[in-house]
Design a protein around this ligand. Structure first.
Ligand SMILES: NC(=O)c1ccc[n+]([C@@H]2O[C@H](COP(=O)([O-])OP(=O)(O)OC[C@H]3O[C@@H](n4cnc5c(N)ncnc54)[C@H](O)[C@@H]3O)[C@@H](O)[C@H]2O)c1
Length: 383
């Protein structure tokens, strides 16, 4: 679908962009020391034109989730609107190939700018497209889920799944700006708010104070605190990504719960969202750390109590086979950070809240597979 905007649209956009119309915070965001404008707050979307105009695009490529396509802001540029993959199982290279063919037919050049407008799926696919089209074009993120606002777009990692395995082919690509309009979250289903809060709880668990102190407040009546949640999530990412923008050393700790969480996500056939899968992954990681004597019992109690702040988390719609989950774990994309060790898998574990277990200065530790298997079987849905 091509959408050629009229001059009237341009005028309307500028009026809407009057800063007096909305309360928007500019959040400090500089992965690797490179400042990226990050705006968040109600009505923030009206400011997109300010960040777009300097890029002088000749066409916009919007990767826009159907749930929010009716809310795409009017912008004075020809636009191609693409829907992201319908589900995690379709987050693959085939989508990228079809999207590229379509936008080339629409006349895309190196001066086009890719804009994400949706959840993490739309943001990741827009990121992959922007990074690879003509070996790199402009990117602006307009995330519309709480998870995408504080977590997906605060990573330079863009990726697609391969053969059902999470995030196997990817690149790093930084956006020119990130604009989070918290008004868009009014329609977000509760399960997706919970998924986003789980990643906030994870930040508290891995970083300790001052982040952990804020977590319980943020989890109470979250709909009244969306902007604070986004701000807390960005600050947490900034604390480590300022020095580790590619998440290859200290920032690997953000993968807490993700080794098992991603395996559950790859196996649950879409019945749980990303954050919910990470909840189960963190529960398993805590049990393993306790089992290995790395995490004292009193810390384990506190760890699980913090996880409970997310409220009751759904289980996958059908029981999972241990072998299937373990099979998916073996494709964890953190493989190789530590030298391979037979019959072991490297995971992020904690000694204490805010104290990861390190091997050769990386926040990873080898776990024997039999121990992981036993811990997986403690989950109520793994047989
Ligand atoms: N690159 C990274 O570091 C990183 C970090 C976290 C997550 N991710 C990725 O992000 C993806 C998950 O993101 P997600 O949870 O946002 O999923 P998603 O993009 O699938 O969105 C979740 C659901 O919300 C709907 N939706 C979007 N905006 C809405 C709105 N404003 N109101 C109502 N419904 C709305 C969508 O249609 C969808 O059904 C996964 O692919 C995950 O791997 C990547």
């Amino acid at each position: 679908m091509t959408n050629d905007a009229s001059p009237d649209t341009f005028t309307r956009t500028l009026i809407m962009a009057d800063p007096s119309h909305c309360v928007v915070r500019e959040l400090p965001w500089s992965p690797g020391g490179k400042e990226i404008p990050f705006l968040a707050g109600p009505g923030a979307l009206a400011r997109v034109q300010f960040y777009l105009a300097p890029l002088q695009p000749d066409r916009l490529i919007l990767v826009a989730d159907p749930a929010v396509q009716r809310l795409i802001p009017d912008l004075p540029f020809p636009a191609t609107i693409l829907s992201p993959p319908e589900c995690e199982a379709k987050k693959c290279l085939m989508w990228l190939d079809q999207a590229a063919a379509r936008i080339l037919e629409d006349g895309a050049t190196r001066r086009c700018v890719v804009i994400s407008f949706g959840g993490g799926l739309a943001c990741n696919m827009a990121g992959m497209l922007a990074a690879t089209l003509f070996r790199g074009v402009g990117l602006i993120h307009l995330p519309t889920t709480l998870l995408a606002m504080h977590d997906t777009v605060t990573s330079l990692k863009q990726a697609v799944n391969v053969g059902g395995h999470k995030n196997m082919l990817g690149v790093y690509h930084a956006p020119h700006a990130i604009i989070c309009d918290t008004d868009l979250l009014r329609t977000l289903p509760a399960a997706h708010v919970q998924g986003a809060l789980i990643e906030i709880i994870k930040n508290g668990l891995i970083l300790g104070e001052p982040f952990v102190h804020k977590v319980s407040g943020l989890c109470m009546r979250p709909a009244e605190r969306y902007l604070d949640i986004v701000e807390a999530g960005v600050a947490a990412k900034q604390s480590l990504m300022a020095d580790d923008p590619y998440e290859k050393s200290s920032a690997i700790v953000f993968e807490y719960g993700h080794t098992v969480g991603h395996a559950i996500e790859a196996t649950c056939r879409g019945s749980l969202n990303h954050g919910q899968c990470i909840y189960w992954g963190m529960l398993v990681a805590g049990r393993i750390a306790r089992q290995l004597g790395l995490m004292p019992a009193i810390v384990h109690v506190k760890h699980d109590a913090l996880l409970q702040l997310a409220g009751p988390v759904s289980m996958p719609s059908t029981p999972m086979n241990t072998a299937d989950v373990l099979g998916a774990v073996m494709f964890d994309n953190k493989r190789g950070h530590l030298p391979a060790k037979a019959d072991h898998v490297a995971m992020v574990l904690l000694h204490d809240i805010g104290k990861p277990v390190c091997t050769s200065s990386l926040p990873l530790v080898h776990i024997p597979l039999p121990l992981l298997t036993d811990a997986l079987r403690t989950l109520p849905f793994v047989t």
